[in-house]
Design a protein around this ligand. Structure first.
Ligand code: DC
Length: 236
């Protein structure tokens, strides 16, 4: 088979895509990673896995010491693929169990604990050492990879995010109450933006994209064009 040279080969590049829940980050990050032939790093899945384990062990979500013990022995494997990242806790596949609205709120709670942020940030930075990563989350451009070469912040109105989320659920044949979803989105945004450490916010040097009126493809193209343009400029 013909080998298509990849212009990004051999570069230790990191792309960060941050933003609130429902902004389209996951699909967009996964697609950008696949188009660049980079590894996709879903940092939210890591916070969800910690929340899941805490719930499983009956640990108080605000008990830093107990959460620290969980993190010390956390046997977490992330397997990025075509769809959502597969997440294993030991040998147990928890991919679907962590991707519920309830687990989103649990993850948001444990993510406010300094010990959780410190340890997961270290794990993420270790993964990033290999380069060629598209990392998505809330603080990947501000805290985890402040020196990332390409930073994006993806936003959309809460109403549009709730509309998208309820469509997704309906497509899966699940029940969706758009007003309930909107209330959850607003609650999670408030938790994530108001916490003392690594709150949800755009890095000063991030390109901000309001995706409210854009399709996934349009956002992906925009991001890839920005990366190409920046690459072209830096090689002049
Ligand atoms: O992206 P997500 O919905 O899977 O994230 C779940 C929660 O995890 C989110 O509400 C806040 C937290 N999180 C975080 O604090 N920092 C990150 N980099 C990613 C997620």
């Amino acid at each position: 088979m013909e080998h298509k040279p990849n212009i990004y080969e051999n570069k230790k590049d990191i792309v960060t895509i941050d933003g609130p829940s429902g902004s389209g980050k996951s699909t967009i990050s996964r697609t950008v990673a696949s188009r660049l032939n980079f590894t996709y790093l879903d940092t939210g899945a890591m916070y969800r896995a910690v929340g899941y384990k805490a719930r499983q062990d009956g640990v108080d979500l605000e008990d830093g010491d107990a959460l620290s013990c969980i993190l010390d022995t956390l046997d977490l494997t992330l397997l990025p693929g075509n769809g959502d990242t597969r997440v294993l806790l030991g040998k147990n596949d928890i991919s679907s169990a962590i991707r519920t609205a309830e687990m989103g709120l649990v993850a948001s709670k444990v993510s406010a604990q300094p010990v959780v942020r410190r340890k997961l940030t270290e794990m993420q930075q270790k993964i990033g050492e290999q380069g060629k990563i598209v990392a998505e989350g809330r603080d990947t451009g501000t805290v985890v990879f402040p020196d990332a070469r390409y930073k994006f912040y993806l936003d959309a109105t809460p109403e549009e995010r709730a509309r998208r989320r309820s469509l997704q659920l309906l497509e899966k044949g699940e029940k969706a109450d758009e007003l309930d979803i909107l209330a959850q989105i607003i609650k999670r945004d408030a938790n994530d933006s108001s916490r003392a450490i690594a709150p949800l916010k755009a890095a000063d040097d991030a390109v901000i994209i309001d995706s409210s009126n854009l399709t996934i493809d349009e956002v992906v193209c925009f991001i890839l064009e920005k990366i190409s343009a920046s690459l072209a400029n830096s090689s002049k």
